[in-house]
Design a protein around this ligand. Structure first.
Ligand code: DLL
Length: 433
């Protein structure tokens, strides 16, 4: 697959480490000199940038948290005057004060090039017609993909989120070859196409989907690939780290390459903060190696994964994020037992007849109760021999074997669960608030 920046993508691992070391040391100094918050954090620990001489000193550097950005609303932890900012993005703020992220012109260039790298890794070329259904505006998904695809020379159709019928018309009429959206929206698009009598094989020209922004499973990948007749590629990112474009799958789809010339990635024990070895599962912590507007040192992503530096067949030497298993703050504690929504999804999607829509509800009287609402495929739901009780029992048993606790399962008719255009909201925790 042609690479967008072959020289940097195939740099030897040792050379990448050297580059990271040089940039990390420089970035620490930059953040210390320009951002009062970092200076204070260093002073509290009785250290100065002179104590950070190489990558072996990384654990001395204090972490940065999402709350640090909230505390510095609206402009965040700016290292340049506002006059040098060319773009702001922001989180929706539904769970508290919004976090605002900022970019200089150079930051924009870096981000756009990273997005172009990601798209090329998935096999996208300048010949492609890219339909971008990620939200345009304060969310980084829309504009991130937009400029990255333009940089590659693609023809971009900037539809933005929503308006499913129009999306399908455009997909058909413009002969869209690349679809950028959340995996949950792709599931919905596949369903809407089927209902509208559109046959992806005959009527559509899709080849590649660029997914991300939310966790999804291998079962969901197979389902979407089959129902939209395309190859689905995973891309990871977060607003604080430019947006999409931090890591992406290559053609071998065995983990997501993190662009290590721009991101220094570690995994840590989320409780103790201790750095873990490659191959050990923990919270991903990222330092941005050349961010001008808003330096982030050791940013706590809350995403749980494992990192490997093992060679990849594609020739890229950049490390890979393996088995992303949700966010540490997504983890539910139900009656004292840790439950990840991704575990529930994997169980459900392996059961034939279950649709790709579900909802997890947790409630409490004296004890915690876990409810799983599961939507059914029309063919199974409407089949004359369908035994609802025994199917419910089967789903509950399968869940119990993985979760070790009992979930109360309710089967729902096809189409019962509300569809989303962006990130799916699958967990409702009634114990909060
Ligand atoms: O979701 C940026 C993005 C847009 C990424 C489009 C990819 C595609 P935020 O809204 O800040 O940014 O959400 C970031 O979403 O910490 C993860 O928990 C989750 N996430 C993002 N990509 C993936 C992925 C964008 N590929 C948060 N797999 C992150 C699993 C993902 N989770």
């Amino acid at each position: 697959m042609p690479m967008f920046s072959p020289k940097i993508e195939t740099l030897k691992a040792a050379a990448i480490r050297e580059l990271q070391e040089e940039r990390f040391v420089k970035m620490v100094k930059y953040a210390y000199e320009r951002v009062p918050m970092y200076r204070e954090r260093f002073q509290e620990r009785n250290i100065t940038p002179d104590d950070i001489k190489g990558l072996e000193d990384v654990p001395k550097v204090p972490f940065t948290y999402k709350n640090d950005l909230r505390d510095h609303y609206p402009y965040g932890i700016l290292a340049v005057p506002v006059s040098e900012i060319v773009r702001f993005h922001s989180s929706s703020g539904t769970t508290g004060t919004p976090t605002v992220v900022s970019y200089t012109r150079k930051d924009m260039e870096t981000w756009i090039n990273l997005m172009a790298r990601c798209l090329a890794s998935a096999g996208v070329t300048g010949e492609d017609i890219v339909q971008n259904t990620y939200g345009y505006g304060l969310f980084t998904g829309g504009l991130g993909y937009h400029y990255g695809a333009e940089r590659l020379g693609c023809a971009v159709v900037p539809v933005g989120s929503g308006n499913t019928k129009r999306q399908l018309d455009i997909m058909k009429d413009f002969k869209t070859t690349v679809l950028c959206c959340t995996p949950s929206y792709a599931t919905y698009l596949a369903e809407a196409a089927r209902e509208a009598g559109i046959d992806p094989l005959q009527d559509l020209s899709l080849k590649i989907a660029m997914f991300g922004a939310e966790p999804w499973s291998e079962e969901q990948r197979k389902h979407i690939e089959k129902n939209l007749n395309l190859k689905a590629t995973d891309c990871y990112g977060m607003s604080e780290l430019y947006g999409p474009g931090v890591a992406v799958e290559c053609e071998y789809q065995n983990g997501l390459h993190v662009w290590a010339d721009e991101f220094y990635v570690e995994t840590i024990d989320p409780e103790t903060g201790d750095v873990l070895e490659p191959g050990e599962k923990g919270e991903m912590v990222i330092t941005m190696l050349s961010r001008e507007a808003m330096p982030l040192l050791r940013y706590r992503t809350r995403d749980i994964c494992m990192i490997t530096w093992d060679e990849c067949q594609c020739g890229r030497s950049h490390p890979r994020i393996m088995s992303m298993s949700g966010r540490s703050d997504d983890m539910l504690i139900v009656g004292g037992v840790n439950v990840f929504p991704s575990q529930i999804e994997s169980v459900l999607f392996e059961i034939p007849g279950v649709a790709k829509q579900y909802q997890i509800i947790i409630d409490r009287d004296i004890l915690d109760h876990l409810y799983v609402k599961v939507e059914m495929e029309p063919a199974m739901w409407e089949s004359p021999g369908f035994d609802k009780d025994s199917f419910t029992w089967k789903v509950a048993e399968n869940l119990k074997s993985v979760l070790m606790i009992t979930a109360r399962v309710k089967l729902l008719a096809p189409g019962s669960i509300e569809r989303t255009e962006g990130k799916a909201k699958r967990v409702i925790d009634l114990r909060k608030g």
